[in-house]
Design a binder for this molecule. Structure first.
Ligand SMILES: Cc1cc2nc3c(=O)[nH]c(=O)nc-3n(C[C@H](O)[C@H](O)[C@H](O)COP(=O)(O)OP(=O)(O)OC[C@H]3O[C@@H](n4cnc5c(N)ncnc54)[C@H](O)[C@@H]3O)c2cc1C
Ligand code: SF4
Length: 325
């Protein structure tokens, strides 16, 4: 059983500076499409005093291509706009494909890129109604003292399940964060921490303003694949993106992004270890070993941890062969 939304004040800023100032107030929380946040609030997870709706801030809405080819994606751009953008479909089709794989069409038309990258981590013991969690003594992540997934441990292992993050990581995207005190730029990977209860480095009041995808070499091939329980609407059990550049049969670069398995999206720069190696089955075996060492799925979904590990490995193997072939 879910309950109604808690009381809050809704702010609708129309410029970025005002949004940052509103978010700097105690108890304020950013609102994109609300497709992740509002179900959690209905379940009694969090009770912000103010929601700051970012959808009316033009500086962070839409896609723009800069003269050097950098693609700038405003955080308030909807996932549907990403899925339908003709320029993006040409420049980075894997990102459009990942956008089409987010939830269902009703969610995508409201969901934003910022909300997708900042969405909460998920766990079968946490994404439940208040009475369900109460009956289990809550858990370490919210109101409780024990993690039901790893009771001996002192951290949360909830999984980060964004579909967009793997492709953006593989493509080397950076993010622009904006707070009342100014802006800063980070590599996308640097925005995350390996802790399911606090997986973002955003400071209080800071918001994700833009995602910047650098110009990509013409020879770079990027692929994306997702395993989920229900094809029509579901979070990834594993979502994998591979960005590979091969010249004369040898690897020039190879970056892999994965979500659904860990508390943060995993980035593996296999190109650093395998640069110049022949792009063949022996290399793919090494890549699989490198990646599997980084994956840490836990018993936080109804699907077993081993299944998610195997699914990530199978999707990775398929993508490596497809892109090299
Ligand atoms: C049934 C269902 C299925 C789903 N399936 C998928 C799926 O397959 N793949 C997937 O990736 N997601 C899925 N989701 C999760 C969610 O719908 C998407 O991740 C969506 O993109 C979230 O965006 P939003 O704008 O709605 O986020 P919101 O709900 O508005 O916000 C999510 C979180 O991000 C914060 N936030 C929002 N914007 C910003 C910003 N600019 N800066 C800083 N913080 C911000 C909010 O404060 C909140 O904590 C699913 C959700 C549901 C309910
Ligand atoms: S992993 Fe543990 S602490 Fe985290 S949400 Fe699940 S049960 Fe709670």
């Amino acid at each position: 059983m879910t309950r109604g939304l808690p009381s809050f004040t809704l702010e609708r800023p129309t410029d970025l500076r005002s949004a940052a100032l509103m978010l700097a107030e105690p108890g304020a929380c950013a609102l994109g499409g609300g497709t992740d946040l509002l179900p959690n609030l209905r379940r009694g997870i969090g009770a912000p005093a103010t929601l700051v709706d970012l959808n009316g801030v033009p500086e962070i809405s839409g896609l723009v291509r800069e003269p050097d080819g950098t693609m700038v994606i405003g955080a308030a751009t909807t996932v549907q706009a990403l899925a339908e953008d003709a320029d993006l479909a040409r420049a980075l089709p894997a990102l459009a494909e990942a956008a089409r794989a987010v939830a269902a069409s009703g969610h995508r038309s409201a969901a934003t890129v910022g909300g997708n990258l900042c969405q909460d981590t998920r766990c079968v013991f946490y994404n439940q109604s208040d009475w369900w969690r109460c009956a289990n003594g809550y858990c370490l992540k919210h109101r409780g003292s024990t993690c039901h997934v790893a009771p001996q441990g002192d951290r949360c292992h909830a999984a980060f399940c964004s579909d967009l993050a793997p492709v953006l990581l593989a493509a080397g995207a950076r993010v622009q964060l904006c707070g009342a005190d100014g802006q800063r730029s980070l590599g996308l990977q640097e925005m995350y921490l390996d802790d399911g209860a606090a997986h973002l480095v955003l400071r209080p009041g800071e918001l994700l303003a833009q995602v910047r995808v650098p110009p990509l070499p013409a020879q770079l091939r990027i692929g994306y694949a997702k395993a989920r329980t229900r094809g029509g609407v579901d979070f990834p059990l594993a979502a994998v993106a591979v960005a590979m550049q091969v010249e004369r049969g040898h690897l020039v670069s190879l970056r892999i992004g994965i979500s659904g398995t860990n508390s943060l999206p995993v980035l593996v720069d296999a190109g650093a270890e395998l640069q110049g190696a022949p792009a063949d089955e022996a290399a793919w075996k090494k890549v699989q070993q490198l990646v599997q060492r980084q994956l840490a799925p836990m018993r936080s979904t109804v699907t077993s941890a081993q299944y998610r590990r195997d699914a990530a490995g199978a999707l990775l193997a398929r993508l490596l062969r497809q892109l090299a072939g």
